[in-house]
Design a binder for this molecule. Sequence first.
Ligand code: ADP
Ligand code: MG
Length: 302
Amino acid sequence: LLLAYDPARKLARVQVNLEKSLVNARMIYELLDIEPRQRDRDGAHPLSVPRGEVRFQDVSFSYGADVPVLRDVSFRAEAGKTTALVGGSGAGKSTVVALVQRFYDLSSGAILIDGHDIAHVTKASLRAHIAYVSQHPYLFEGTVRDNIRYGRPDATDAEIEEAARLAHAEEFIRQMPMGYDTPVGENGVTLSGGQRQRLSIARAIVRNAPILLLDEATSALDTESEARVQDALETVMKDRTTIVIAHRLSTVVKADHIVVLEAGRVIEEGTHASLMKSKAGAYARFHRLQGEPRAKQGGNAA
Ligand code: ADP
Ligand code: MG
């Protein structure tokens, strides 16, 4: 599939692990604006996002014709608040985040942003209001500066550097041979997982979008990088509508709202405190299994 399109030549130079997920590949199509499939409908209008509320209304979805991956999923991610998605591997968390970006069409139901069905808005305007930090941060061939600027092509150098500072990336960038002008990507300097993550967070900060989608990835990071990435994420989450696929207990506990998915269904919802009261509940069980925050990193909450 990847090599089927002419612009895909560019993709050959994208540093991305193509084994990871198709969602990632779709995202790169989106970034390069070569997404061939989800064309705008006739009469599609530009989305305006005064508040940034995201609402799933009885959303069902399957990748193929067969097995439904999401079944009647309904939840509301309040404007300016953090909603955490929790659930075992394969529960459908990354799919939720892909559907907000309209990488795929729904089987039924609707996703509304500030009351507008995203199926009826232009894809460009939808994407302009969303920043996405993937679990597998990708770097393009180009300089550090170019890589941050992908977040918003008209960002000034000052804005790029400010974003890098907020993302705790400034220090390692300044230590690189040519600072912001250092080439990265396949033929450039090699960055650690934590450094790539922080560049991708800087990219999200520069984007300055009201809706933030985070597929947290920290199990591969050492403790220090993890603390810095966490700190950087909290900066970008502030005052934005955030949907976070939370791998870390601390993020889940702090979320304003928690949605528990199992096999494509929402089985529980609430705050940490309310969900913990239901001792037999899935969330309480998940919490027990995750146990002492760092003891079980990389468990099945991913
Ligand atoms: P989670 O993020 O909770 O681990 P996903 O949303 O990635 O779950 O996946 C939910 C289900 O959809 C899984 O059964 C997974 O195998 C399937 N799936 C995910 N992505 C694709 C895809 N691009 N094509 C087909 N099936 C997929
Ligand atoms: Mg996932």
